[in-house]
Design a protein around this ligand. Structure first.
Ligand SMILES: Cc1cc2nc3c(=O)[nH]c(=O)nc-3n(C[C@H](O)[C@H](O)[C@H](O)COP(=O)(O)OP(=O)(O)OC[C@H]3O[C@@H](n4cnc5c(N)ncnc54)[C@H](O)[C@@H]3O)c2cc1C
Ligand SMILES: NC(=O)c1ccc[n+]([C@@H]2O[C@H](COP(=O)([O-])OP(=O)(O)OC[C@H]3O[C@@H](n4cnc5c(N)ncnc54)[C@H](O)[C@@H]3O)[C@@H](O)[C@H]2O)c1
Length: 447
């Protein structure tokens, strides 16, 4: 049996961010990946999505400036865009694999299964390690309704050679909303079937309204408080029946109703590892399962954090520090920001205003300050009138939350994070000299 110091199951963000520093510090590290090195984010998530979105953002910005600065409207050819995406993303698997190897990590492509608490099997060979890390991530959740064989998933959407004329997305979370934005920008007639009364639960409602209005302006029809019950194939296309009505036929349906843990496919029944009732691997504050030598990181865990790449990467790096004896303390998560890559983007972190107040003191005694786009001449030149930033301060005057909507909301929120994470007062903030003219300078001078 081959023995390593650390064995990772999965080669997504939750693995390689820790595996590389561990190997660089002299540990013998094995990473087993059954599909593509880099996992969902590199191959069929964040990166593919942002590549398909970016030209539409650029087009949108120039469209807003038509008649003011630009004279000809841009068009995006989906087939060309997909060819670029395939070329760039197609290279990720090999790049990620080579990066691991270059940094001294041993890699195997194959499906790993536990055969007991100490042993993982792949291609009929047994491997053991002092520490085994489950970093096996998730797959798309599939609705169990009649006709679910007609459903597609985000993986399929991100590979679409042609944009369907009529497309329906089921779900109102990040995947559904971002893919609705891309497909509507690409010219599809888009319908969203949303179980809740609004999109993007957990995001700042005022800016969810802005994003929703932008989708509707592109012709997206949003059916709230609606759940699908069956799908029929007819001569005119796929017909979804919901709790309320029978919908018009469409060409393509994306099930974006969340993600399912891959923990059920790891042979955990041969171990003592416990998962919660939804299949997420239970970990303690050291990311350790109930079996002391088995750990878990990223989306596959029951962590109370958003399932996003920066969290998976943070956890993986944390284990790197623990396994090399640099720290022995529980994981402490920093403030975790979130972003929705629609046009405009919506990004936020920390505490949000309570109620409808947008300037003044809210019900929790927090001071709310709103920065409209008129404060920022980058936005004025782009005619970006709907954009806005909302800042939330505690009673001592520290920044504890921020939300932004606009073409560069993600960068604005990134720029504000250090003030809150490091609890900076005015004197500390004034220690920075930001380059000018830049977005960071414009945002920071208003904090
Ligand atoms: C469409 C989409 C868009 C997204 N966009 C963003 C975004 O913009 N920003 C963001 O921060 N997050 C985004 N996310 C979320 C992000 O992709 C995940 O949070 C991140 O990929 C989690 O990393 P992970 O390593 O925990 O899991 P994964 O990326 O799922 O990696 C797990 C790996 O384990 C492998 N594996 C599973 N079982 C086995 C086995 N038995 N043997 C060997 N290998 C196995 C899988 O093949 C996979 O490669 C997006 C997700 C989706 C679906
Ligand atoms: N920009 C980003 O950071 C980004 C982008 C995409 C995805 N992600 C991550 O990927 C993960 C998956 O995203 P997602 O949008 O698939 O999941 P989600 O949990 O955010 O949203 C799922 C949606 O499906 C609905 N739903 C669930 N079950 C349903 C059912 N049976 N019938 C009808 N509707 C149902 C929910 O009400 C919700 O609106 C998230 O954790 C997210 O953090 C992040």
């Amino acid at each position: 049996m081959e023995k390593y110091d650390v064995l990772f199951i999965g080669a997504g963000q939750a693995a390689w961010n820790g595996a590389i520093p561990m190997a660089q510090k002299g540990l013998r590290v094995l990473v087993i990946e059954k599909d593509k090195f880099g996992g969902v984010c590199s191959n069929r998530g964040c990166n593919a999505k942002i590549l398909l979105d970016r030209p539409f953002l650029l087009k949108h910005i120039t469209d807003q400036m038509q008649g003011r600065v630009f004279e000809n409207q841009l068009t995006v050819n989906w087939a060309d865009l997909m060819a670029v995406k395939q070329q760039v993303i197609g290279a990720q698997d090999a790049n990620n694999r080579n990066k691991l190897i270059r940094n001294g990590v041993t890699v195997i492509r194959g499906e790993a299964k536990f055969i007991d608490n100490q042993t993982v099997q792949v291609h009929d060979t047994d491997y053991t390690a002092d520490k085994i890390v489950i970093a096996a991530g998730t797959r798309p959740h599939q609705l169990t309704i009649v006709g679910n064989e007609y459903l597609h998933f985000s993986d399929d959407f991100l590979d679409l050679p042609e944009m369907p004329t009529r497309l329906t997305l089921i779900g109102g979370g990040l995947v559904a909303t971002e893919l609705a934005s891309i497909s509507a920008e690409a010219g599809a007639k888009v319908t969203m079937i949303v179980r809740d009364a609004q999109l993007l639960k957990g995001f700042y409602e005022k800016y969810v309204t802005t994003v929703t209005a932008a989708l509707q302006a592109l012709g997206v029809e949003i059916l709230y408080q609606t759940t699908p019950s069956k799908i029929d194939q007819t001569d005119d296309g796929l017909v979804i029946t919901t709790n309320n009505q029978q919908l018009s036929p469409v060409d393509y349906i994306v099930d974006a109703t969340g993600r399912t843990s891959n923990a059920d496919q790891l042979g955990l029944e041969n171990t003592d590892v416990i998962c919660d009732e939804n299949g997420w691997v239970k970990v303690n504050a050291y990311l350790q399962t109930n079996v002391p030598q088995i750990y878990a990181t990223g989306d596959v865990t029951n962590h109370q954090q958003p399932d996003i790449t920066p969290v998976a990467a943070f956890e993986s790096k944390y284990l790197g520090h623990v396994f090399t004896h640099e720290i022995d303390t529980p994981i402490v998560y920093p403030i975790v920001p979130r972003v929705v890559f629609t046009i405009p983007r919506l990004a936020q972190f920390g505490v949000m205003p309570v109620g409808t107040i947008s300037d003044g003191v809210d019900e929790n005694g927090h001071t709310i300050k709103q920065l409209p786009s008129q404060n920022d001449w980058f936005k004025l030149i782009q005619n970006e009138t709907a954009s806005e930033i909302t800042l939330v301060y505690d009673q001592a005057g520290y920044l504890i939350g921020a939300a932004a909507v606009g073409y560069a909301a993600e960068d604005e929120i990134n720029g504000l994070l250090p003030y809150a994470q490091l609890k900076m007062d005015r004197q500390a903030m004034d220690q920075f000299v930001w380059l000018f003219p830049t977005l960071q300078y414009m945002t920071s001078r208003n904090v």
